[in-house]
Design a protein around this ligand. Structure first.
Ligand SMILES: [Zn+2]
Length: 496
């Protein structure tokens, strides 16, 4: 009898959601009443900084924002934010959850909280997962564990990669099935217009938003915008819709060769016709399509040496991830086998044109968001999101607008109108930052920055606290956990 009970208990434990395979229990704490004292506030709605203010958080909500007072109200946790900035938690709308290198279950395994902790440590409180190969059931489980503060993770919005159907009927059936299983949206990169038509009309009927990654194919931005997709990821399909005739690729080009594909993708903005591009943007605008450009994930294409040698890779990139990034056509995004000065020059020019059109889309009223697509091409989770913000600034956006793109605009895309802004009544999704990101976005990097203070250089910066749904996380502590995971993995790799 006892033996049976023991076996039963062991089975329950190993099958439990916090069993050996799950991430560690959450280090976040929710207080009955949290007071953030003396903070300068960047609201995320594009307004100038205000303050100093005292911010009161009760449960998961912001309940008070008042001028900092010498006699503040009492609270069961007080955080002194003197000299710090409070902004909305960042919403990264393109964050693939990965527990394995390359996001493939066949890749080398990561600790399950590695990616989550890198995100939270950078003030990221919400991620839209545009499709994870770890399986919808696992991801849905983590959606719940995160919401219940049982794991340290951002709020997860689980989109599902739409894959498989070869007929319009089976495409419609799969849309209904994914909706029933709990998908929050679909990420689509299929190639056939008939399947697109079927799935987009069915998705609209059942109320599932669709994000598209168009790659190079006969469907382009005009085709999907007219069918009301929610977002276009990256940029594929936008210049393509404005090229008279087919893309002008060299005769040896084969799409499935990633070196060909990524190299010559860098010439498409040059090939596009400006008058036609303007019309493509107007069509996207008329159908309220969000453009999520993900500039930074391609940055290695314009400066490979820089991408490979970013300082944070040393302490925060797992050896398995670094191996995955090394040139190998079997690994998605690891195509730099013969990357030349000419390629980098072409890609620099490509960025100049691309960035100009993203700025133009925002100027016409289009929604532009921040998405990182980390885990590929030397692009490390968390750090990649901050780099994406820097590249939005490079595209010509004011830092206040960049922060808005990373917060309020992301919330707009997700249809979550109660977060993404520091405002009374909104969800307490916040980043408390040691420095002024309007002055220098680099203060958001977990590794911080060196700044001059009273004539000497001191090290500052980084997010001090990430507050998700009122739950307070010690951001540097999360980053220390990650450094520990990396040290451990390296020790294991070098053990005899
Ligand atoms: Zn992606």
């Amino acid at each position: 009898m006892h033996r049976v009970l023991l076996i039963f208990a062991a089975a329950c434990l190993s099958g439990s959601i916090l069993g050996a395979q799950a991430p560690a229990p959450s280090s976040g704490v929710r207080y009955t009443k949290l007071l953030i004292r003396n903070a300068t506030v960047i609201d995320g709605a594009g307004n100038p900084a205000r303050g100093p203010y005292d911010i009161v958080v009760q449960g998961g909500k912001i309940t008070g924002i008042t001028r900092a007072s010498a006699a503040p109200e009492s609270a069961d946790r007080v955080t002194d934010a003197t000299g710090m900035y409070v902004m909305p938690g960042i919403i990264d709308v393109h964050g693939h959850i990965q527990f394995h290198a390359g996001g493939s279950p066949n890749g080398a395994a990561y600790p399950k909280d590695y990616v989550y902790k890198l995100w939270l440590a950078h003030g990221i409180t919400t991620i839209r997962d545009p499709g994870s190969s770890e399986g919808l059931d696992t991801i849905l489980n983590h959606v719940r564990l995160s919401a219940e503060n049982r794991i340290s993770a951002p709020t997860i919005i689980p989109y599902v990669t739409f894959d498989g159907p070869q007929t319009p009927d089976s495409a419609r059936a799969l849309v209904r099935q994914l909706k029933a299983r709990g998908a929050a949206g679909l990420k689509v990169f299929i190639q056939r217009p008939d399947l697109y038509d079927a799935l987009l009309s069915e998705a609209k009927a059942v109320g599932l938003p669709v994000a598209v990654d168009l790659k190079v194919q006969e469907t382009d931005a005009m085709f999907v915008a007219r069918r009301d997709v929610r977002s276009i990821e990256h940029w594929y399909g936008i210049p393509d819709a404005a090229i008279p005739g087919p893309q002008n690729f060299p005769d040896y080009y084969v799409y499935d060769n990633e070196l060909d594909r990524f190299r010559w993708g860098g010439d498409l903005w040059r090939q596009a016709d400006s008058t036609r591009l303007s019309a493509v943007l107007d069509t996207m605008l008329a159908h309220k399509v969000t453009w999520d450009p993900t500039f930074a994930v391609y940055e290695a294409n314009r400066d490979l040496t820089r991408a490979r040698n970013m300082p944070w890779l040393r302490d925060y990139a797992l050896p398995a991830l670094m191996r995955f990034y090394e040139p190998n056509l079997m690994n998605h995004g690891s195509y730099h086998l013969d990357w030349t000065s000419a390629d980098e020059a072409m890609w620099r020019n490509n960025y100049r044109i691309w960035m100009r059109w993203v700025r133009e889309y925002a100027a016409r009223g289009g929604n532009v968001t921040v998405g990182s697509d980390a885990g590929f091409i030397y692009h490390l989770f968390g750090f990649a999101t901050i780099r994406e913000m820097e590249m939005h600034q490079e595209a010509g956006f004011h830092p206040a607008e960049v922060i808005q793109q990373a917060t309020q605009n992301g919330a707009l895309l997700l249809g979550r109108t109660n977060t993404g802004v520091v405002r009374v009544g909104f969800e307490a999704d916040l980043a408390v930052v040691d420095g002024n990101p309007l002055h220098n976005l680099k203060v958001l990097y977990g590794t911080g920055v060196d700044v001059a203070e009273n004539g000497r250089m001191v090290h500052r910066g980084g997010v001090r606290y990430t507050i998700k749904d009122g739950i307070v996380f010690d951001a540097p502590k999360l980053l220390d956990d990650v450094a520990g995971m990396v040290r451990e993995a390296k020790a294991k790799a070098s053990a005899p």
